[in-house]
Design a protein around this ligand. Structure first.
Ligand SMILES: Cc1cc2nc3c(=O)[nH]c(=O)nc-3n(C[C@H](O)[C@H](O)[C@H](O)COP(=O)(O)O)c2cc1C
Length: 159
């Protein structure tokens, strides 16, 4: 399993490490001009930025080639927008002739500082709940489950 990840403050690196496999940093891959990937299963892990995947991730995906039987997308987000990000990326992959087999997301501390207070966020988002969400994803991936169902244990928006 190859996991290609992008992280700004470490949330997605945390998820990637828990899921295991071969971890590849997207900025590093871009720097090294590596765009071809082949494995039994390949996934991309990214934070939601402005209700979308970050531009660096979208541009990387446009250029990259993936050869795999099982392809998954995992997003971390702080309040909303993960489903929109998946929707947009799925269209990109469809154009590439690649089916996304599994998507899921992890609600984590929101690091968008203009809107969220980190101290409050850390109090609201329970570490063990975050780990539980990651455990579910890990189990799904090990069974190569096809699922686009969202498991959202928090279901609360906060401002
Ligand atoms: C510039 C910026 C924009 C963001 N936009 C959103 C958003 O639209 N929706 C959301 O739920 N979280 C948003 N977030 C929060 C991140 O998606 C969330 O904190 C994520 O877990 C960060 O992961 P990272 O530490 O791996 O970068 C944003 C964060 C930043 C810095």
């Amino acid at each position: 399993m190859k996991i290609l990840y992008f992280t700004s403050t470490g949330n997605n690196l945390y998820i990637a490490k828990q899921l295991g496999g071969e971890l590849l940093s997207i900025p590093q891959l871009i720097k090294e001009n590596i765009y071809d990937f082949e494995d039994d299963s390949i996934g991309i892990i990214f934070p939601v930025f402005y209700v979308n995947a970050p531009k660096i991730v979208r541009e990387f995906i446009e250029k990259a080639n993936f050869k795999t039987d099982y392809f998954f997308l995992i997003a971390s987000y702080g309040s909303d927008g993960d489903q929109n990000a998946f929707k947009i990326l799925k269209k990109t992959f469809k154009k590439k002739g690649l089916e996304v087999n599994y998507t899921n997301s992890v609600l984590m501390v929101d690091n968008y500082l203009p809107m969220f207070d980190m101290k409050e966020e850390k109090e609201i988002k329970d570490d063990s709940e975050i780990d539980n969400q990651i455990k579910v994803i890990k189990s799904d991936l090990s069974q190569e489950r096809s699922s686009t169902l969202r498991k959202d244990p928090f279901l609360t928006f906060h401002s």
